[in-house]
Design a protein. Structure first.
Length: 461
C-alpha cells in the first residue's frame, strides 16, 4: 500500500476526530471483522453493528478506526488508537476506495469465466513480470472479500495489476469491479456453474456480464469469439474497445493448426494479417484459448506480440490443472482436481481424446457442486459424453456423480462402471488395471481433500 497521512484521510472523508493523533501514516486497510487485523499502522472501517475489541486494536497500534457508531461508543482514550467518526460508513468506504484507486494510472486487468480465470491471470502475470512490477490475486483465491486487500497491494512501485473475479452470486462481479475499476476486462468462457447463486443459466450469464459495465470508460473488453454463451452477453452499453479471440474467422487473435506437442500445445497465431508460430505449456485447446486471451491483454498493455509469445513459452502450468505424472504400474496419471464443473470436465475429456488414443482410459469423476436445481441434468449430460467415448473404466465418487455412471450405462457405454461414495476401496479396483497401457484422469471438486490426496497417492515420486 502507498502510505497515507491520517490527516489527509480525515480531510478526504470529512470525518470528526474523536480521539488520537492524525500525524502518522496508514500502511494497511481492512474492513473490521471481514479481514484479520495483523499489522501496525492499519486503517479499519468499523460498521455500526460491529463489537469492537479496543484492547486488541490498541495493542497492534498505531491504528485508525473509522466508524459511524455513536460518539458514546467511540470516545475511548487509548494511546495507540486514532478514532474518526463519519456520517455514513458505506459512503466513507467507497469514497476512500475511489480515491485510492485514482492514485494509480496503471493498466488493471480483471478476468471472469467458468474456466481459465486463474490460468489466464497467471499467464498475464508471467509475461509482464519479466520487466514490470505486477500486483495480482493469489492462486484462485478470488472471493469478493479479498478485493480490498488486493487493491491495497497496489503501491507507487506497481506497473500493472491483474485480478480474477470470484462469482458465487449475482452482484459479486459488479462489487469487485467497483473496487478494481479495471481498464481491461476478460471473459474466458461461460459454461455452467454456481446456478444455486444465480438461479439458472440465464442468471449466470447475466452475472458474468456484470464485467461489461465494470470496465472503466474507454477501456477494453476481451471476449471469446467461439463461445455461444458469451455471445449472449449484451454489449450495447459498453463504451470502449472490444477484442475477440478464438478460432472463429472474425477473431482478432485467432488460433489455427492447434496440435499436441511435447508437454504443451503448438499453434499458429493470426493477428492483423500476420502469422506467428506459438507454443503454450499445458495440454488442450482450452489452454490455447487461455493463451490467446493473455496475449491480447498484454498487447493492449504494450508488450510486443513476438516478445509475448517467447515469454509465454516458459510459463509453468499450474498444479492439479490437467497435471501429468508417472503413476503406479507404469500408468499415466492426469490430476485435474483443482476445480470441477461441466465445462472443465468436457475440456478434460477432449484432451483424453487425443492423448488417450490407444490407451486404456480410466475416469475417476467426483461430484459437481453448486448446480442448484440443475444438478441431475448436468451430471447426466456428462454421462452421455462419457458414453460416446472408448472408456475402459468409469468410477464415480459421491452421490451426485452417480448420475454420470447411470446415464453412461443407459447410453450404452462399454466401460466397466463403479460407483463409490468416497475413495475408500477405490485403490483395490484400480491397482490391477494400472499398467503402462493405462491413462487415468481423476477430477473432482477442490473441496474434496480426499480426492486430492488420493490423486497424489497414485503418483510415483
Amino acid at each position: 500500500m502507498q502510505p497515507l497521512l491520517v490527516k489527509d484521510i480525515q480531510q478526504l472523508l470529512q470525518g470528526k476526530l474523536v480521539g488520537g493523533s492524525v500525524n502518522w501514516k496508514v500502511r494497511d486497510v481492512i474492513y473490521y471483522n471481514r479481514h484479520e487485523h495483523t499489522k501496525r499502522h492499519t486503517l479499519m472501517f468499523v460498521s455500526r453493528d460491529d463489537t469492537i475489541n479496543w484492547t486488541a486494536i490498541n495493542n497492534k497500534g498505531p491504528s485508525l478506526v473509522i466508524s459511524d457508531k455513536p460518539d458514546s461508543e467511540l470516545k475511548i482514550a487509548l494511546p495507540n488508537t486514532t478514532v474518526i467518526k463519519v456520517d455514513s460508513l458505506v459512503q466513507a468506504y467507497w469514497k476512500f476506495i475511489e480515491y485510492y484507486r485514482g492514485l494509480f494510472h496503471i493498466p488493471v486487468v480483471t478476468i471472469t469465466g467458468t474456466c481459465g480465470k486463474t490460468t489466464t491471470k497467471d499467464m498475464i502475470k508471467h509475461i509482464l513480470s519479466k520487466d514490470q512490477n505486477v500486483q495480482a490475486s493469489e492462486s484462485s483465491k478470488n472471493e469478493p472479500r479479498r478485493s480490498l486487500p488486493y487493491l491495497m497491494g497496489i503501491d507507487e512501485k506497481t506497473d500493472a495489476a491483474v485480478f480474477e473475479h470470484g462469482l458465487g452470486n449475482s452482484g459479486n462481479i459488479k462489487h469487485q469491479c467497483m473496487i478494481y475499476q479495471p481498464t481491461i476486462g476478460i471473459i474466458t468462457t461461460i459454461g455452467v456453474h454456481h446456478l444455486d447463486g444465480c438461479g439458472n443459466l440465464e442468471g449466470y450469464i447475466k452475472a458474468k456480464a456484470e464485467i461489461v459495465d465494470g470496465v472503466k470508460k474507454g477501456g477494453t473488453l476481451i471476449l471469446n469469439a467461439d463461445d455461444e454463451n458469451t455471445k449472449k452477453v449484451p454489449l450495447h452499453s459498453f463504451k470502449g474497445k472490444i477484442i475477440y479471440f478464438g478460432t472463429d474467422m472474425k477473431a482478432d487473435f485467432r488460433a489455427s493448426a492447434m496440435k499436441f506437442a511435447n508437454n504443451g500445445m503448438e499453434f499458429l497465431l493470426h493477428v492483423s494479417n500476420r502469422t506467428y508460430e506459438a507454443f503454450i505449456p499445458g495440454y488442450g485447446e482450452h489452454q490455447v484459448f487461455n493463451a490467446l486471451a493473455a496475449l491480447a491483454a498484454v498487447k493492449e498493455i504494450g508488450i510486443d506480440i513476438e516478445e509475448g509469445i517467447v515469454r509465454l513459452s516458459t510459463y509453468k502450468n499450474m498444479e492439479r490443472h490437467l497435471e501429468f505424472s508417472n503413476g503406479f504400474g507404469g500408468s499415466t496419471i492426469i490430476d485435474d482436481t483443482w476445480t470441477n464443473n461441466p465445462t472443465s470436465v468436457e475440456a478434460a475429456l477432449k484432451v483424453l481424446d487425443s492423448l488417450g488414443e490407444g490407451k486404456n482410459v480410466i475416469l475417476v469423476l467426483g461430484d459437481i457442486n453448486r448446480l442448484g436445481n440443475f444438478e441431475k441434468k448436468y451430471h447426466r449430460e456428462i454421462g452421455t459424453l462419457v458414453a460416446k467415448r472408448n472408456i475402459h473404466t468409469l468410477i464415480t465418487i459421491g452421490s451426485k456423480a452417480e448420475e454420470i455412471a447411470r446415464q453412461a450405462r443407459q447410453d450404452g457405454s462399454k466401460a466397466n462402471i463403479y460407483m463409490f461414495q468416497d475413495v475408500k476401496g477405490l485403490k483395490e479396483v484400480l491397482e490391477p488395471i494400472l499398467d503402462n497401457k493405462a491413462i487415468l484422469l481423476i477430477k473432482g471438486p477442490m473441496s474434496s481433500r480426499s480426492m486430492i490426496d488420493f490423486a497424489n497417492s497414485l503418483k510415483m515420486t
